[in-house]
Write a protein that binds this ligand. Structure first.
Ligand code: SF4
Length: 221
């Protein structure tokens, strides 16, 4: 199975990801100047289509050379929409536009994004931060979900949406910002070292056992 994954499935996913241009806006925040750049590039490459699914994606150019030219013309940082890296961190609007946040979760999300976004890993890994238990950034269906409470942050692991949805399990609570950053780093390192190609974090945790995972991650934190 791993030969099939490495030989056929992984290259297909990697080439698929090149078809789409996904600007990276840390914290999901963009300016009028960013919007102008997107409008300009879409006018210059009129076969482009724009799509928002929470993230904004530019796609529809079938010629790879023209797609590269479009990416360069855009002049914004981009990320891979498919494949083998940590995605831009999902951060709710708490502390930016919404005042229900119970911690400075927006700053934490930006720090996590700066530290981890784009890092190569065995498959995709999504980190989400929410400013209160309403969970607008959907932390319980992400690989690592961080939720603010009055007494600190809780950290949840192993969630996923899509075809095989999973609810993340809580592994720590009452953490401050530094403790969250340290814990996420340990989880990412564990995933880097122990994950198999195309294995999501939750599947890896099932394979090694939650107690083993926590013994490695939480006990040392
Ligand atoms: S999760 Fe809470 S703080 Fe964040 S946007 Fe939703 S209501 Fe606001």
């Amino acid at each position: 199975m791993n030969i099939i994954v490495e030989t056929f499935i992984k290259p297909n996913i990697e080439s698929e990801s090149k078809k789409f241009i996904a600007p990276h806006f840390p914290g999901g925040v963009l300016t009028s100047a960013d919007l102008r750049k997107i409008a300009d590039v879409c006018e210059k490459f009129p076969e482009n289509k724009l799509k928002i699914n929470g993230d904004l994606t530019i796609g529809g150019i079938t010629n790879p050379k023209r797609n590269d030219e479009c990416r360069q013309s855009l002049g914004l940082p981009t990320y891979s929409v498919a494949g083998f890296s940590i995605r831009p961190v999902k951060v709710c609007a708490g502390g930016y536009m919404c005042d229900n946040n119970l911690q400075d979760s927006f700053s934490l999300g930006l720090k996590l994004d700066k530290m981890f976004s784009g890092k190569p890993v065995p498959f995709k890994l999504i980190i989400s931060v929410s400013g209160c238990p309403r969970g607008c950034s959907e932390p319980l269906v992400k690989d690592i979900g961080i939720i603010s409470a009055r007494n600190g942050y809780s950290v949840h692991v192993g969630g996923a949406a899509g075809g095989k949805p999973r609810i993340a399990q809580k592994i720590a609570e009452k953490l401050n910002e530094e403790q969250v950053m340290a814990l996420v780093e340990k989880i990412v390192t564990f995933y880097e070292l122990r994950g198999k190609t195309m294995e999501r974090l939750g599947v890896l945790i099932d394979r090694v056992g939650m107690e083993n995972f926590k013994a490695t991650i939480v006990s040392g934190s």
